[in-house]
Design a protein around this ligand. Structure first.
Ligand SMILES: O=P(O)(O)OC[C@H]1O[C@](O)(COP(=O)(O)O)[C@@H](O)[C@@H]1O
Ligand SMILES: [Mg+2]
Ligand SMILES: [Mg+2]
Length: 327
């Protein structure tokens, strides 16, 4: 079976980008090891701190962030990082050509219940001339030179793209190497499966309420087919299912908290997933426009997400188009 680095070389990836990806995969192997040790590694439970988003940090959020941050800032090819767990960007003493944005541990509420969690990463080129400011990160998702995630489930898998195919690798725990297990991910155009946190139903805007109501009506409703629902409470894990067998995933606008109408973060959750989904033949939108076209105004910006099987995303967007935008 092919190993990670030779497959990247076969895709004509530059050596400097390969070195950044290699650094992320080294950190991911360490995170995977600690997660699989569970309570034995003393990393379950919460810290007493909150991150910039006002969320309580789990011990593993901190450990995973520290590992990625330390290793990436030591890399000669990285100029700066942005992380869910860091208030601001951190600039490296090295003058590399790449910027890395990441969610070190996605789906943290699954850690203590031994559920699947992940790491999401997005790699951008540092714009010419700019040295230190946060603005160098504020590029649309379509500018990403690579993006991917590691899902720490029963197996640890790396799914990534450098703009060509979406490749899937599985960590062989016996030799500590990621081996290519799926050459090209292809998301089926249609689906009978959707993912949404139904407990927020009363807070959704009319298009999402109507769309989901019609899905639930099944064969006797306007969609004329029955749908199944899945919700893993970790975007990585839900997106991994969609990359594997199709489906629709949405975390839409809601009015639970006027200050936070969206849950998912653009730069290190939505945009990297959008690149993977599009490269695998699916669609990724905020309900109205392509996520990859959105130019961020803040590194921790949040956004609505509707992604997955292309014809189902189109269908969901039709419902959005019928109503005024809630934001
Ligand atoms: O609490 P909910 O509504 O199930 O939300 C789950 C969502 O929150 C997230 O866990 C947020 O990620 P973090 O764990 O990185 O904060 C997403 O991965 C997931 O889709
Ligand atoms: Mg997350
Ligand atoms: Mg996180």
């Amino acid at each position: 079976m092919k190993r990670l680095l030779p497959t990247l070389r076969a895709d004509q990836t530059s050596e400097s980008l390969i070195s950044v990806i290699n650094t992320i995969h080294i950190a991911a192997k360490e995170i995977s090891f600690r997660l699989h040790q569970g309570a034995l590694a003393g990393v379950l439970g919460s810290t007493l701190d909150e991150n910039i988003q006002g969320e309580t940090q789990k011990k593993l959020d901190v450990v995973a962030n520290q590992l990625l941050k330390t290793l990436l800032l030591e890399s000669p090819n990285v100029h700066a990082i942005a992380s869910e767990e860091e208030d601001s960007i951190v600039v490296s003493p090295n003058s590399g050509h790449y910027l890395v944005a990441f969610d070190p541990l996605d789906g943290s509420s699954n850690i203590d219940i031994n559920g699947s969690v992940g790491t999401i990463f997005s790699i951008l080129r540092k714009p010419e001339g700019e040295e230190t400011g946060e603005s160098m990160f504020l590029q649309p998702g379509k500018a990403q030179v690579a993006a991917g995630y590691i899902v720490y489930g029963p197996a640890t898998m790396l799914v990534m793209t450098t703009g060509k195919a979406v490749r899937t690798y599985t960590l062989d725990q016996t030799v500590g190497e990621f081996l290519l297990t799926r050459e090209t991910a292809e998301i089926p155009r249609s689906t009978r499966e959707f993912a949404i946190n139904m407990s927020n139903q009363r807070h959704w805007a009319p298009p999402v309420k109507e769309y989901v109501e019609d899905l639930l009506k099944g064969e006797t409703g306007p969609r004329k087919k029955n749908f199944n629902m899945r919700w893993n409470a970790a975007m990585v894990s839900d997106v991994h299912r969609i990359i594997t067998r199709g489906g629709l995933f949405t975390y839409p606008w809601d009015d639970r908290n006027g200050k936070k109408p969206f849950k998912l973060r653009l730069m290190y959750e939505a945009a990297p997933m959008a690149l993977l989904i599009e490269k695998a033949g699916g669609k990724a939108t905020d309900g109205y426009q392509r996520i990859l076209d959105i130019v961020p105004t803040d590194i921790h910006q949040r956004v609505g997400v509707v992604l997955g099987s292309a014809s189902e995303v189109d269908k969901c967007m039709d419902y959005h188009a019928k109503h005024p935008k809630p934001f």
